[in-house]
Design a protein around this ligand. Structure first.
Ligand SMILES: NC(=O)c1ccc[n+]([C@@H]2O[C@H](COP(=O)([O-])OP(=O)(O)OC[C@H]3O[C@@H](n4cnc5c(N)ncnc54)[C@H](OP(=O)(O)O)[C@@H]3O)[C@@H](O)[C@H]2O)c1
Length: 396
């Protein structure tokens, strides 16, 4: 086997970051932990540095850097700060593979830096692609980056496509991409009851253990809306080719339907280490620590159509995709502000999508030609969402 790959994990302290390190640690001959980053969880980052001995660690603030450096063995790990530090490790000449697992828009710039440096790029940070789709995909093509999806649905679609697939469904006889969705914790909860759900209830996902932002996105089904846009950019699928199928067991991770009527699905236990291991080792297969799928215990697999009235976020996802330009960045930024307000107890659950729709209505989309356009649209949508919140916020 060739030399170990240097792995850079952006967002190492999060759910995807920790799962990535778990898989990589099972294969020390294949992967060396080269760089790690975190934002707030400094104790966890210090523990990870002591365990994995990376060449670099990146933190958000200079004060954190000093504290972290004092806890680590001198000369072993260099501690860098902020966006510049993140871009440095993502594009570093010795970095072979980047796991992009920062949550939200904060991941865009370093993830794009990895694409522009032509890295093997494992994309969990779907928000980056949603915000900057055309710019991001252009960077991947121009700089010959290898882009591998980590979202279980997109990783499944990727596995169901032919080996010759090179970023565009045309010419492969694909009729539809079927993205499965668990429906989240509120799939069967009465709409009236949703007025009063708490952040902890929204974060208690029935099948997956995830960070709090994506857990709320799953509860509103905004996560699926973002994934519709992500599928468009990853696979060159037209909006009408992408369909959402509610599948409560989360065993079928997604499907591809071909012109001859064949439907190819990827199945597995709901454990993110499967797509992570698939992408880390691609095109080989490695042990991920995931148990065998027990179909006898599962017994049945159910599929239903999504309820667009109950989950208006889905409608907003298709709308943003069809509008194009800055619309997906607006959708994403408004969602991040609304979800943060919900998690802080400032906004009722059902108002999340109402805030997003109001922001989209207020900010007509314009063309995306550069990263500055994306960042400008993101900032404008955040300001508009804050204004919107003032009219909808729950006063304590
Ligand atoms: N979890 C899943 O099963 C799953 C599945 C598919 C896709 N994804 C996607 O993967 C990404 C990560 O999700 P997650 O569930 O792992 O989230 P998470 O558990 O909340 O972890 C987020 C990571 O990003 C870091 N971070 C947060 N804000 C940051 C900022 N402003 N600047 C730099 N770093 C920042 C966090 O650092 P601290 O912890 O130190 O604050 C943490 O390391 C998201 O885009 C999500 O949509 C997740």
């Amino acid at each position: 086997m060739s030399a170990a790959q240097n792995l850079c994990v952006l967002g190492a302290t999060g759910s995807i970051g920790l799962n990535t390190l778990d898989v990589a640690a099972r294969h020390p001959q294949r992967f060396r932990i080269f760089a790690l980053s975190a934002n707030e969880r400094m104790d966890e980052l210090a523990q990870l540095c002591l365990r994995h001995r990376p060449r670099y660690a990146v933190v958000a603030q200079a004060a954190q850097a000093d504290t972290l450096a004092r806890r680590l063995a001198p000369g072993l790990t260099e501690v860098l700060v902020g966006q510049q530090g993140l871009e440095h490790i993502a594009a570093h000449a010795q970095t072979d593979c980047v796991m992009a697992a920062i949550v939200g828009a904060a991941g865009l710039v370093p993830t794009l830096a990895a694409a522009r440096a032509g890295k093997k790029l494992l994309l969990a940070n779907k928000e980056a692609l949603v915000m900057a789709g055309p710019i991001f995909m252009e960077a991947v093509r121009t700089h010959h980056a290898t882009l591998l999806p980590i979202d279980s649905e997109h990783n499944a679609v990727f596995q169901c496509l032919p080996d010759s697939f090179a970023g565009d469904l045309r010419g492969h006889g694909v009729r539809r991409v079927l993205l499965t969705a668990s429906g989240g914790p509120f799939r069967d909860v009465a709409l009236e009851r949703l007025r009063h759900v708490t952040p902890d209830e929204a974060c208690a996902h029935p099948n997956w253990t995830m960070g709090r932002k994506i857990s709320v996105d799953s509860a509103t089904m905004m996560n699926k809306a973002l994934e519709i846009i992500e599928a468009h950019w990853l696979f060159g699928a037209a909006p009408e080719q992408i369909e959402v199928v509610v599948h409560p067991q989360s065993v079928v991770h997604s499907m591809v339907e071909y012109a001859d009527g064949s439907v190819i699905a990827q199945l597995g236990n709901p454990d993110m280490r499967t797509p992570i291991a698939h992408a880390l080792a691609y095109p080989e297969r490695i042990e991920a620590g995931v148990g065998a799928l027990d179909l006898f215990r599962i017994g049945r697999l159910d599929f239903t159509a999504p309820d667009f009235t109950r989950f208006p976020a889905l409608r907003l996802g298709y709308r943003a995709l069809r509008e194009g330009g800055t619309s997906p960045a607006t959708l994403n930024a408004a969602n991040e502000i609304a979800v943060a307000a919900f998690l802080q107890g400032r906004l009722p659950f059902l108002a999340i999508t109402a805030v997003i729709e109001a922001v989209m209505d207020a900010l007509p989309p314009h063309q995306l030609a550069s990263l500055d356009d994306v960042l400008g649209a993101d900032a404008a949508a955040r300001r508009q969402a804050e204004r919107q919140l003032e009219t909808m916020t729950v006063k304590p």
